[in-house]
Design a protein around this ligand. Sequence first.
Ligand code: ADP
Ligand code: MG
Length: 417
Amino acid sequence: MEVEIHTEVFNDIYLKYLQDVTPFQILYGGSSSGKSVFLAQRCVFDLLQGGRNYLVAREVARSVRGSVAQEINKVITAWGVQSLFKVNKTDGTITCHNGYQCVFTGLDDVEKLKSITPAKGVFTDLWIEEATEADEASVGLLLKRQRGGSDEIQKRVTLSFNPILQTHWIYTTYFASLNWADDQQIYQDENILILKTTYKDNRFLTKQDIYRLENEKDEYLYNVYSLGKWGVLGDVIFRNVHIVDLNDETSEYYLPEAQRTNRRYGGDFGFSNDPAAIPCIHLDKMRKRIYIFDEFYERGLTNQELAPECIKLAGRERMKWDSSEPKSIQELQIAGVNAVPANKGKDSVNFGVQWLQGYEIIISSNCINAKREFTTYHWKKNKDGDSMRIPVDKDNHLIDATRYALEDDMEDSWLIS
Ligand SMILES: Nc1ncnc2c1ncn2[C@@H]1O[C@H](COP(=O)(O)OP(=O)(O)O)[C@@H](O)[C@H]1O
Ligand SMILES: [Mg+2]
């Protein structure tokens, strides 16, 4: 069976890497630069051609199926080749008529990772999407597994992501030693390919997308999300954040399931651009620690769809929600959620931030969004570049919800002090 795929379906910059088999590839850059779509296209292309199996991973199993699998299925539909693929409803596995497969997994799903194999042959391709979410150890394990095997098979590992901070392990491991210049676009030798792209490389973007990216006022967000540069932040707000595996008995922050008591829940509403965000918190007042042991973070949900998620996380426990949406709070209440409005007094942002600065904030490595928000939350700068002591009001949904969740505890401490 012959399938014809036109070169016009690809963004030009990626096209020449469609059949590039450099063993280690990094595709990174600004948001909306076309990375995910291209890698999804390459996956479908390879499956149709046969000979290559894909293992696609993200830090958290439940997010890989929502995002990457969806992207790959979109390509299959766009290319009109649905009849050549079968999609497994339970685990999302995509099988081509020739037997080659794309399997999805989360780096948090260790047991599954150990046993996972394709129906025929080996995984030639390992694609880690949003690789900055993952910690070095779990990626290391996966890479180790991927090594070895026969020389005839050209194995390939691909990492894709938006950069975050220059202190990130991906930067120190792969970029620092190359003396990577941030205006560089390509590096390639026989072992590694690095391709940096931005929205300017994606001709399929809408005017609104371009406008949004070109008009970002915050310097850090502009550099990272619009220009795809590794970020530098002098003025981060929370320097008291620890990202840990809470189930690791050897860690000083070990917090097994049974000890996740004294819980607090908060919520921030969102729909299309912003996500609905809920952190699950264990408060340890004695040791002045806040543990974020779970998170919910999703766009596009109606309040009716959000309600069962709230109940899954918190049961009938109280959740403090952003009071600017009384109607949404009422809808959650009607659906059985113990939702109440946060008070949000005058100066509540700065007061809450200050209060949180007095605590150690311990975030489970599975909470990929809390991790990003809390480590990059930063002060606004004025035109001269001076810090203004006002937090930048972006990418702070779980942070805001954390403040709501702990509002009463803050008040207590206010009264005492
Ligand atoms: N080859 C393509 N064909 C059609 N649309 C594309 C293509 N590449 C990118 N896009 C559009 O651009 C958007 C952003 O691309 P995406 O791959 O998600 O960016 P990134 O992963 O770099 O953030 C996609 O949602 C899609 O609408
Ligand atoms: Mg992407």
